[in-house]
Write a protein of this length. Sequence first.
Length: 160
Amino acid sequence: MGTSQKRASHNDKFHTRGDLIPGIHIEAQNVLMVKEAIKWAGAYVKKNGPLFLELDTYRYHGHSMSDPGVTYRTKEEVAHVRETRDPIEICRNMILERKWASSEDLAAIEKDVRRRIDEEVEQIRKDPFPPVSELYTHIGTTKGHYTRGVTIEQSILNPE
């Protein structure tokens, strides 16, 4: 954490590093750009084979509780990114500029989403925890999945 990509890598343009696999760089703070780029990339790989995608994003916070994210960047940098590259604001501005919706429409949608989230959070808080038998269901592993040294009994029933 905190080591710049330029110091850690001879070539920090990761999408150019494949000798035989082409790559593209995507400004991933723009949700509509990501949507179109992924659509294009899907068609490309079906016809031509592998493609390396480098998606450029930004975290407003540190990696974890032990990393507040303030030692390797300034508050001004974070504020500047919020003002110029915030994904929600980029999308909101695109919608308004293209008149896909009005600011009143967006305010109503946001109000409805917040209401629905509050209702669902309240329901989740009331719901019981699922039984231990459900721990390994619907996770996309094949039969016989093995994690070295860990069994369901050890990890859940006897955490010591």
